[in-house]
Design a protein around this ligand. Sequence first.
Ligand SMILES: NC(=O)c1ccc[n+]([C@@H]2O[C@H](COP(=O)([O-])OP(=O)(O)OC[C@H]3O[C@@H](n4cnc5c(N)ncnc54)[C@H](O)[C@@H]3O)[C@@H](O)[C@H]2O)c1
Length: 480
Amino acid sequence: MVKICCIGAGYVGGPTMAVIALKCPSVEVVVVDISVSRITAWNSEQLPIYEPGLDEVVKQCRGKNLFFSVDVEKHVSEADIIFVSVNTPTKTQGLGAGKAADLTYWESAARMIADVSKSDKIVVEKSTVPVKTAEAIEKILTHNSKGIKFQILSNPEFLAEGTAIEDLFSPDRVLIGGRETPGGQKAIKALKAVYANWVPEERIICTNLWSAELSKLAANAFLAQRISSVNAMSALCEATGADVSQVAHAVGKDTRIGAKFLNASVGFGGSCFQKDILNLVYICECNGLPEVANYWKQVIKVNDYQKNRFVNRIVSSMFNTVSGKKIAVLGFAFKKDTGDTRETPAIDVCKGLIDDKAKLSIYDPQVTEEQIQRDLSLNKFDWDHPAHLQPLSPASKKDITVVWDAYEATKNAHAICILTEWDEFKNLDFQKIYNNMQKPAFLFDGRNVVNPQKLRDIGFVVYSIGKPLDPWIKDLPAVA
Ligand SMILES: NC(=O)c1ccc[n+]([C@@H]2O[C@H](COP(=O)([O-])OP(=O)(O)OC[C@H]3O[C@@H](n4cnc5c(N)ncnc54)[C@H](O)[C@@H]3O)[C@@H](O)[C@H]2O)c1
């Protein structure tokens, strides 16, 4: 029986290993983590992450060929294939601070693998890492190997949160990079055999190590760039009277461009896009390519611009001050169908409003009060470390209340901000909400989920990103 061990029971390690276990009944899969609370949750009825379909998959295989454990060393030493899916945060100090990937967790995992291994192993990079990380990992493993042979593979994960199980069941592609030596090719074959249990052969792409590592950074940079492109267009639409949804529809009909990922919004978030682009920028700079670095940097600048622009629209529309005003924030997760708040644009928008002394009432169907308080007190990049190593949250912010109902959040509010495109926000009773709000009642839609005309007919002043402006907002400055 092939034994797989995955180090890191997070958003990637948990779902990917659960699907491997489901699709490969003859493989034993153990997911290990240094975080006791995470492993306890994976072994409980309340899994540590929310992902549609995940519960069913875990229930079908947990205790049969899928296990979660804190006994990291035991399971690593027994495994044939070790996936490493630990955090790779952005460095906050020293060389490359604010850009380069911090490989502390990766390095410590590699050293531990070398220490405890008693048989040959395939070590698979599942985390997103800078190009040439495999070379560094190889050095750590071979210098400490005691004669044991390690083969390093790069097998980046392309799942999207919110649709992770669907993506894992039916991936657009699985990418495996390895050394072009006989040992490297044998290792590729072994990993390919695992995926071949359910992924059609033509969707399994095999490359050299560096192409696989770089492809993951490139894919995320391309995806984020599409969002920044349509968001840049949304600002121009507002200035000219064009409608960004109509423009995106017309542009996306070109088969060379395609219709997906062209929704204008308050900005992209999630744990990967910004981190991976910063990492790409740093690699370009280190390789003497400042023009290429600046090109990709602009994708992040436009994202920051979009979040600032949204806050400025709110403040300038509301008589240039939100001080003491109740603002209802609907949605905090970085997108619908996930409880993940890492780098969610809601953090920057809420911080911007709190700086202007607003009182926020926040509702998200999947995010807890503790998480929201934590997110609004943590410094940039601190979130991407194992939970027990993060700085303790200071006392809760008094300007925030977190409620469990959109109607409660909006009661007596001066304004509503929609920051996540949860389906339930489309079907709210906006007449009832309007009746219970202060007047004039403002609605700022950061995800284009409401029909602005219908809400204007009720009496709301509505701002929808990239749409023809409400007469109230038309002559106000867009950027402070
Ligand atoms: N979240 C995504 O959608 C996504 C998609 C593709 C790739 N990735 C990449 O995958 C990697 C993991 O991302 P994630 O979202 O799963 O992160 P995560 O923070 O949810 O999970 C990482 C886990 O690793 C554990 N860990 C850290 N060091 C460890 C060690 N030495 N031994 C055992 N456990 C250790 C942490 O406790 C944590 O539970 C990152 O490199 C990320 O960029 C993420």
